[in-house]
Ligand binder design. Structure first.
Ligand SMILES: [Zn+2]
Ligand SMILES: [Zn+2]
Length: 85
């Protein structure tokens, strides 16, 4: 029986060309979500007012936690999330 496809056809060297793949650049960049830096408690974005009962929110009058102080704070006086605490 005739051997139609010899197994050693690949014996000769193939050119060692490199497959150039676009390199995935994993720069250590902060993801967008982290840049926004939402409040760790109520989750509002930086610059927005905290939700009611957030224990990160500071009292604009005494500087303590708003939920634990006794100051009367109008809604319009309440501090927005500053991105740091
Ligand atoms: Zn909050
Ligand atoms: Zn207070």
């Amino acid at each position: 029986m005739p051997q139609k496809s010899p197994e050693n056809q690949n014996a000769k060297q193939v050119p060692d060309y490199k497959i150039t793949q676009p390199e995935m650049d994993f720069d250590d960049q902060t993801p967008e979500a982290e840049k926004e830096n939402p409040c760790p408690d109520c989750g509002v974005k930086k610059g927005e007012r905290h939700l009611n009962g957030c224990d990160i929110e500071r009292c604009p009058k005494c500087g303590h936690q708003l939920i634990t102080c006794d100051c009367e704070v109008q809604h319009s006086e309440r501090l927005p999330w500053s991105g740091a605490w």
